[in-house]
Unconditional design. Structure first.
Length: 451
């Protein structure tokens, strides 16, 4: 199943439920590159720490662009594996003008490789699932809490701002008291205002201002619309004046609540009359909405968070680089030392398996003298002797890879191949038939002994 940004929020609960229900998860990444420089290719004559540092540079500079997730659940009654496969395009996006763009590297060789295997770059860029990292969310939450709790320095107001505040106070006092407010201009004054501002509106003007064919309403006039007994909306405020409005209402009007709003597609401030209890409830609701917005902004990272919390076995093929990218982009930045990374990663993923490691180092696999342990090669041989066969059944809405089409190096299909290779090799090397039986006997394949 292809997953894109437009459908991700709808599909996320099903993905999380499938992870929780499965026996193991097989994963695969497609990446924008591997080695930052030619000297970053690992060699046989260097320490694991040196190799880690090279791979770390790659994970810090390149990004994943497609994630394959194959979830396998053994059905003991039917002696088969039920499978769900997700192929997810992922891309970081600039959320708004206040957030820095994500800058990353792309290697020419990676572009060529992906192009040769029909990677859809337009789909990746236009429809990829967005995300922010857990570290981003922590920073956003920390900044939010700081803004809530830190004492605010009073804004320094110039002459024009002082005039604005005086008229704002006059407007709010009149509105609170229920007095008549001169919100409506005469018809000819509206016509004159329209001629100069492009539209007619209800507006509260600073004292002494008259509107005629030669006058333009000043930028810092107090514009109010949608006035009722309980609320009004202030519009045509630049960012600084919005701060002024919030300051005045927070410090002088405990019975009012100002909140960000929209009017005619532009930023505005809604002001409402509230009781103390309503004010507390509104602030609490705002915090709940803020936390919900953080989950939405997490995007694809929510899938990785579910993999971590579920503690399900994680399977990859030649997957050290995949694990480094997963950790750096979606869990936390990579530490400088290999041992520190291993400790942290094994805490998040206590059961991890590499089918490349199993194919190369298992004594039973060594007996076969395989010509190649590439994923595609292993996938071809597992359907022949001496491997016992296993049956799979795709979920009804996960039939993309059910036919004879084999889109190698599409992350979803590679994850499927990885999972099936793992079943075949684990059964062959352990003599067991079920994941619940051969997982405990396969602990020697974990990262703690791999590196």
């Amino acid at each position: 199943m292809d997953v894109v940004n437009a459908t991700f929020r709808e599909q996320l609960p099903a993905i999380e439920a499938a992870i929780e229900n499965c026996d193991f998860c097989a994963i695969d990444w497609e990446l924008t590159g591997l080695d930052v420089t030619s000297t970053d290719k690992p060699t046989l004559f260097e320490s694991l720490q040196t190799t880690y540092e090279k791979r770390k540079r790659g994970a810090e500079n390149f990004i994943p662009n497609q994630f394959g997730l194959a979830l396998f659940k053994y059905d003991s009654d039917l002696s088969r594996y039920d499978v769900k496969v997700y192929n997810i395009y992922v891309i970081p996006r600039r959320e708004n003008r206040t957030r820095h763009d994500k800058v990353f590297m792309v290697s020419a060789s990676a572009l060529s490789f992906l192009t040769e295997h029909n990677f859809d770059f337009n789909k990746w860029i236009k429809e990829g699932v967005s995300y922010v990292t857990n570290a981003d969310v922590d920073r956003i939450r920390e900044y939010h809490e700081k803004q809530l709790n830190a004492p605010r320095e009073p804004l320094s107001l110039g002459a024009e701002e002082e005039l604005f505040v005086a008229e704002l106070v006059k407007l709010l006092n009149s509105w609170i008291s229920g007095a008549s407010i001169p919100m409506e201009l005469e018809a000819e004054e509206k016509d004159a205002l329209t001629e100069h501002k492009g539209e007619a509106m209800d507006v509260y003007l600073p004292a002494g201002l008259t509107v005629d064919a030669t006058v333009t309403v000043p930028e810092k006039a107090v514009h109010a619309v949608e006035i009722t007994t309980d609320s009004l909306t202030l519009i045509k405020l630049n960012p600084y004046l919005r701060r002024v409005v919030y300051q005045e209402i927070e410090t002088k009007y405990p019975g009012l609540l100002a909140s960000a709003s929209q009017y005619d597609g532009n930023s505005a401030i809604e002001v409402r009359k509230v009781t103390p209890e309503e004010k507390v409830a509104a602030i609490e609701a705002k915090e709940v909405a803020f936390e919900a917005s953080l989950k939405t902004r997490l995007g694809f990272t929510a899938v990785i968070n579910k993999l971590v919390s579920s503690q399900k076995p994680l399977v990859g093929h030649n997957c050290w680089t995949d694990f480094l990218h997963l950790h750096h982009h979606f869990v936390r930045p990579l530490p400088p030392l290999l041992e520190e990374w291993k400790t942290g990663f094994m805490s998040d993923f206590p059961s991890i398996f590499d089918t490349k490691h199993l194919a190369v180092w298992s004594e039973k696999m060594k007996e076969l003298s395989l010509d190649s342990t590439h994923l595609g090669s292993l996938y071809e041989i597992i359907f022949n002797e001496p491997f016992s066969q296993h049956q799979i059944e795709f979920a009804h809405d996960h039939l993309r890879y059910a036919n004879d089409d084999k889109p190698a190096h599409e992350a979803g299909f590679d994850a499927l191949m990885t999972g099936r290779v793992f079943i075949a090799l684990a059964k062959h090397t352990s003599g067991k038939s079920k994941p619940t039986e051969f997982f405990p006997d396969s602990k020697h394949l974990s990262l703690s002994n791999h590196l």
